[in-house]
Design a protein around this ligand. Structure first.
Ligand code: KG4
Ligand code: ZN
Length: 375
């Protein structure tokens, strides 16, 4: 009989529940996104996020069980995100998870959200019948994180058999996360929230004309694997402020967003060639930085595989560049599917499984930890 873990995720603006069997097979994966609610504020509002989680948690968990064809009594353990994330948001999932585990008399497992993102790649690799060669270098790149880890097996028990993984942090961003840079640049160009998906599509139709400004590689003193994106965002801001021609189209797009016309099809005709070229140059700089430093880490550690996870891993140029560059370097590169790139609970249930096997259970004192470290 398989071990069925109910995963619960509420660290940011997605209320999610999922059931995963033996850490590998997704039986259900339900995500209630709050994006439409936070959009009008141009970012996640923590207070609203926790209230929304409170509203959603019960129906989302019920739906996850229904889709898996299970009753509460069929759950073998409850895995819940302990951190990192927003305090008030995390508390909703943890309180619910704790109560449920106690009521069912089943083990409770506190999961690090970042370990979840690593496991998202493992879940899809399993589905595709691919083995993940370890050691790996994992880039987690989202709206809240840009961080590189070394991922190894902790014991002789293989990860594919529920063996625990060992993480070592190699570097992180010194300022903004890459997704945050996307969101801020989209905001200053009046392209709505979240910024990543629309900038990704606009960059793809930009063509190859000369960009209005060139962004060089970001230099970071100290650890060469560290990232930094706030300088790039500020360079875009100054360029836009100093170039009066952008003002007219920005005002038009602002008006379109006010009317609710926020789709790619609505906004593309309101973007000049110059704006599209600027966006492409911004994306080139972000992708170059992410890929260069990740591959440098992979080379230094003689890694077999590169794993890329988190919301920005959905970026089409990032995927294509990683794939071609990794192939040249003789590395395997794995991404989660788009559904598992962004926050979800299947990755939390999967990450809980090795702890379940190792008997590492939490008790009623489990508390939210907004800055919980993975390593
Ligand atoms: O992992 P996620 O859903 O939430 C957290 O931040 O934890 O990631 C959301 C972030 C946002 O900043 C969004 O703009 C970015 O991922 N994003 C993208 C793309 N899709 C989402 N960034 C670049 N290209 C994309 N296609
Ligand atoms: Zn996340």
């Amino acid at each position: 009989m398989s071990t069925r873990i109910l995963g619960i995720e509420s660290s940011c603006d997605e209320t999610a529940a999922a059931v995963v069997a033996d850490g590998r097979d997704i039986l259900s994966n339900v995500v209630a996104s709050q994006i439409d609610i936070h959009r009008k504020f141009g970012g996640v509002v923590p207070e609203i996020a926790s209230r929304e989680h409170l509203r959603q948690i019960v129906p989302v968990v019920r739906e996850a069980l229904a889709q898996a064809g299970m009753h509460f009594s069929d759950v073998d353990a409850v895995g819940v995100t302990q951190g990192p994330g927003l305090m008030g948001a995390l508390l909703v999932g943890i309180t619910y998870g704790k109560t449920l585990a106690a009521a069912l008399g089943k083990p409770l497992i506190g999961v690090n959200h970042l370990a979840g993102h690593v496991h998202a790649v493992f879940l899809d690799a399993h589905k595709a019948g691919r083995k993940v060669g370890l050691p790996a270098v994992c880039l987690i790149v989202s709206g809240g994180h840009t961080v590189l880890y070394e991922v190894k097996q902790k014991t002789s028990q293989p990860y594919s058999d529920g063996g625990e993984l060992q993480y070592r942090k190699l570097s992180q961003t010194r300022d903004d996360a890459a997704g945050e840079a996307y969101d801020k640049v989209a905001k200053l160009l009046a392209l709505g929230y979240p910024g990543g998906p629309i900038l990704d599509r606009l960059a793809a139709v930009a063509g190859n004309a000369q960009p209005p400004i060139r962004f060089g590689s970001t230099k970071t003193r100290g650890n060469p694997l560290d990232f930094s994106f706030s300088g790039l965002k500020t360079a875009v801001l100054y360029h836009v402020r100093e170039t009066p021609e952008y003002a007219g189209e920005i005002a038009e797009r602002e008006a379109a967003l006010q009317r609710g016309d926020r789709s790619f099809e609505h906004l593309l005709p309101l973007c000049s060639a110059k704006t599209l070229n600027l966006i492409r140059e911004f994306q080139n700089a972000v992708v170059r930085d992410l890929v260069e430093r990740t591959l440098l880490a992979a080379e230094e550690l003689s890694a077999e595989t590169v794993l890329v996870s988190g919301g920005v891993a959905a970026n089409s140029q990032l995927r294509a560049t990683f794939e071609s560059r990794a192939r040249t370097a003789g590395l395997d590169v794995l991404f989660p599917s788009r559904a598992l790139s962004t926050d979800n609970a299947a990755m939390i249930a999967a990450a809980a499984y090795p702890s379940f096997r190792a008997g590492e259970f939490a008790d009623a004192s489990l508390d939210a930890d907004p800055s919980l470290a993975l390593a």
